[in-house]
Design a protein around this ligand. Structure first.
Ligand code: G6P
Length: 582
């Protein structure tokens, strides 16, 4: 996934663009670049590395001009090199483009453009957009016509912004986010409101398939057929502009630490919760779908629906849904996605809708593509999550799921009590650092849980992989004897997620078996039960709240292990916050 940004207005464009790219760096960060228009020419600077590093050496923000585009890249087609970094200029230098997405027919397009004399300087699919656009510029309809003909030739999904040598910014989207910021005599285009919210909170969420042109006459939005399209200005929260790490070393730690407050709004308004619960209760089949952390929340959802509402739900990894698409018919898909922009999830939702399955989404971004395509939307409301590894969004997903199951007969949700439980769990910070020091040189870590706690074990293992680059594997306690025991020896570390409740005794006996093989156990429990070599305390609370509390020590351990191993927790290598390519 990448971020794109564009600006045209009275401010020095390059400074605006670099600031916006810095805020959107969570979307991709292996290379960065900016192009501005000045005196009828397009100037491009780009390099490999993070925004601040490249800007320090190349002074991207010193490029002159009042119109420009910028990009941070997460490589998909073509390695992260300077040549593959965006912006890409057309071979006649009349156009530069930045692109997020994937053009699936780029090889054919490139072949025909080369035959017509266009030269290519990168291995990317994106460069064809610049050359196609340039080849169409002389035709009818000015920039609008050129973009219309360009997008008609493209297959795949994209959001791109182009800078023309006369200072026009043109942009288009198909199944990738594109938002216009409307300021006073100035306009922005961006993958995320974070790109411009420092300057304006008036935003237009560009409709799928639409085209944007920003020139001396202002802003115009068109449909793919060139007819004027709806461009409704909505207010986005100014609070977003205040996203900064404060005293925290990393966004990841800030977001772990703010869970006692970020949880409070989980689920949003009563009516949306009640409507979602009604849809689920009335459904013949319930599919719960998600990727990564959201998939782990989906496993929790299955447990909650079964335990509290007697509803049997099927959990499907979003990328696997196409495999099952032929057997979907009717029912409800509970689509869990923090961003609401993961490409696998959007495809899953599209297939489900086509099969007559009603999509109820659980998202953090109410204006995301998924939310806009869902029959019903429940908001997790945890505020912007910048750390690439999901932390606070997970606990808010679980809390929102609890609110839905409360409507179906589950325990009443007292969010203040949940908040206290999370605050209590954060108190293990010092011990978590100690555990992390012991994991520094480990190659493999196992995380054991039984029942619903297996889902949390799976999330804990994911955090260790993402943040600390440790091979971590979740296991069902009962499965220990069916294979994993063979792996254990004195070098093994096993985190045992074991709060009070029906699975406690069995998981304790799992811990005893693990220790008998010489491996060390790290218990996450309300008390030091005697079978733990190290112990991370969680506070006593109502039984249903434990999954929310017990992930917190695991998040802290993963974060501190990342520091021990000298990795950057906010920007794990090879990962992106939301993956908008399939
Ligand atoms: C990426 C992120 C994960 C996230 C997953 C699903 O892989 O790195 O942290 O859990 O996408 O994202 P979503 O926005 O759909 O929940």
């Amino acid at each position: 996934m990448c971020s794109i940004i564009g600006y045209r207005g009275p401010r020095p464009a390059a400074r605006v663009l670099v600031g916006g790219l810095r805020r959107m760096e969570y979307r991709g960060y292996d290379s960065v670049g900016v192009a501005t228009g000045s005196g009828g020419r397009i100037l491009v600077k780009k390099g490999v590395g993070r925004v601040d590093g490249v800007n320090d050496s190349l002074r991207l923000d010193a490029l002159p001009g009042h119109a420009g585009i910028g990009h941070t890249r997460w490589a998909t087609q073509g390695a992260p090199t300077g040549a593959n970094a965006h912006p890409h200029a057309s071979s006649g230098a009349r156009v530069a483009i930045v692109h997020n997405g994937s053009i699936t027919n780029f090889e054919a397009l490139r072949g025909s453009l080369e035959a017509r004399g266009h030269r290519f300087a990168s291995e990317t699919d994106s460069e064809v957009i610049a050359n196609l656009l340039e080849s169409e510029l002389g035709g009818e309809g000015g920039a609008r016509g050129a973009v219309m003909r360009t997008v008609a030739a493209l297959e795949g999904h994209y959001a791109f912004a182009a800078l023309l040598d006369d200072g026009t910014i043109a942009a288009a989207r198909r199944r990738a986010p594109l938002i216009v910021g409307v300021g006073d005599g100035e306009h922005y285009v961006s993958s995320d409101v974070l790109g411009f919210v420092e300057y304006t909170d008036d935003a237009i969420y560009v409709g799928d398939g639409n085209i944007v042109v920003i020139d001396g006459g202002g802003l115009a939005v068109y449909g793919a057929d060139g007819a004027p399209a709806e461009a409704r200005v909505t207010k986005v929260s100014r609070e977003l502009a205040g996203i900064y790490k404060g005293d925290y070393a990393h966004y990841t730690l800030k977001e772990i630490s703010e869970q006692p407050t970020s949880i409070i709004g989980a689920g949003g308004d009563e009516r949306a919760i009640a409507a979602a619960a009604r849809a689920i209760a009335g459904a013949k089949t319930v599919y719960v779908v998600g990727s990564g952390t959201s998939h782990n929340a989906a496993i929790v959802a299955k447990h909650l629906l079964s335990a509290h509402a007697g509803i049997r739900a099927e959990v499907i990894v979003a990328s696997e849904l196409p495999v099952h698409a032929h057997s979907l018919s009717g029912g409800v898909m509970l689509a869990i996605s923090q961003s609401g922009e993961s490409a696998d999830m959007l495809e899953a939702a599209r297939l489900a809708s086509a099969a007559g399955v009603s999509v109820v989404s659980l998202v953090n971004h109410p204006s995301s593509s998924l939310a806009r395509e869902s029959a019903q939307v429940v908001r997790i409301n945890c505020g912007p999550e910048i750390g690439v590894a999901a932390t606070k969004s997970f606990t808010s997903q679980l809390a929102a799921l609890h609110r839905i199951t409360a409507e179906l007969g589950g325990p009443r949700v007292d969010m203040a009590a949940v908040s206290r439980a999370l605050a209590g769990a954060l108190e293990c910070d010092r011990r978590a650092r100690g555990v992390a020091a012991g994991l520094r040189d480990m190659d493999d870590v196992y995380v054991l849980g039984r029942g619903v706690h297996y889902a949390i074990a799976s999330e804990a293992a994911l955090k260790l992989k993402e943040l600390a680059y440790i091979h971590a594997e979740a296991m069902h306690g009962g499965e220990l004897k069916h294979g994993p025991l063979a792996l254990l020896d004195a070098r093994s570390r096993v985190i045992v997620i074991n709060p009070p409740g029906p699975t406690h005794e069995d998981a304790l006996s799992d811990a005893a078996k693990i220790r008998a093989r010489g491996a060390r156990t790290i218990g996450i429990d309300t008390a030091d039960a005697g079978e733990y070599d190290e112990w991370l305390r969680i506070p006593e609370c109502e039984g249903w709240m434990y999954p929310l509390a017990e992930i917190v020590p695991a998040q802290l351990v993963a974060y501190y292990t990342a520091l021990e191993r000298d990795t950057d927790p906010d920007h794990p290598r090879n990962l992106a916050k939301s993956v908008t390519v399939r």
